[in-house]
Design a protein around this ligand. Structure first.
Ligand code: AMP
Ligand code: MN
Ligand code: MN
Ligand code: MN
Length: 278
């Protein structure tokens, strides 16, 4: 019997809604055998998740989703099987959280100017961990009636070109990969289909990622698209990258995706977990 892997998920320590224990229990209920917890720029849910996984009889892969910038765009690099106690990674993530908090204050100011009262303090109440995410602003905007749902809040207030958008330079792709490698982890380009870039830019990015020591790419995502999976399976082969799969689950309100509900890899993919077995 092959195992069910879900290698991308969030808790309320970043911008998810479940506690680490609730997330692990849900994963077990949904038939996941191996779950990676990959909160944005923070690892402090891992200890609780690991304990819960022991109770639930599933395997927990310690992970993180690192925010980096490449050619002016934000790219997410998932680090899998990391040592969360590694000082280089730990210092790096603290730096990203400081940038997030600064950006959050600026988002708050801009939203105020656009007529949204008390935005920074309000959004901060939705953050239950050490990071402040645009998702927290989005939930605040929805609950105060500024937007009908989180997607609308992003479209009308938070994405590029909108009143609350603040451009941010995270760290370089190379630096993000270096931190993950320092912590013994496997570096994976998250949800590659979500970046708005040309085919040429995608190749350049994957080439630089591979040169920097990156290991894999998320070929199968929660928002499954067969053509996209085929495309990234081919690119993985071309750039000698391993394949990962993850739902990017943030909470049950994302009713269109679920923990462990992932399509199989296209033919020819080498799963990231083969690296861990070796
Ligand atoms: P941040 O890292 O703070 O800039 O926020 C990015 C997060 O917002 C992502 O990890 C997603 O969870 C969420 N997000 C981004 N775009 C959208 C969208 N259009 N609809 C819903 N959630 C989104
Ligand atoms: Mn998120
Ligand atoms: Mn992401
Ligand atoms: Mn994610």
């Amino acid at each position: 019997m092959s195992k069910t892997f879900d290698l991308h998920s969030h808790t309320l320590r970043s911008d998810g809604v479940l506690t680490p224990t609730e997330l692990v229990q849900r994963a077990a209920d949904k038939g996941v055998d191996v779950l990676a917890l990959t909160d944005h720029d923070v690892t402090d849910g891992i200890a609780e998740a690991t304990a819960a996984a022991g109770q639930a009889g599933i395997e927990l892969i310690p992970g993180v989703e690192v925010s980096v910038s490449w050619e002016g765009r934000t790219i997410h690099v998932v680090g899998l099987a990391i040592d969360p106690a590694n000082p280089e990674l730990d210092r790096g993530l603290a730096q990203l959280r400081a940038m997030r908090n600064e950006r959050g204050r600026e988002i708050g100011k801009r939203l105020e100017r656009a007529g949204v009262e008390n935005a920074h303090a309000g959004a901060s109440e939705y953050a239950h961990g050490e990071i402040l995410s645009r998702t927290h602003f989005a939930r605040f905007l929805v609950d105060r009636g500024y937007a009908a749902d989180v997607g609308k809040a992003f479209r009308d207030y938070l994405r590029k070109g909108k009143a609350g958008y603040v451009r941010n330079d995270w760290v370089s792709l190379e630096t993000g990969v270096r931190w993950i490698r320092a912590a013994g982890g496997t570096a994976v380009i998250a949800h590659p289909g979500r970046y708005k870039m040309s085919a040429g830019a995608m190749r350049r990015m994957l080439g630089e990622f591979r040169e920097s020591g990156g290991h894999g790419v998320e070929v199968v995502c929660g928002n499954y698209n067969a053509a996209e999976a085929e495309r990234f399976a081919r690119l993985a082969r071309e750039f000698d990258l391993l394949s990962s799969c993850g739902s990017d689950f943030h909470g049950p309100e994302q009713h269109w995706l679920e923990l462990g509900k992932l399509a199989p890899f296209p033919a020819g993919c080498i799963p990231v977990w083969e690296r861990w077995a070796a």
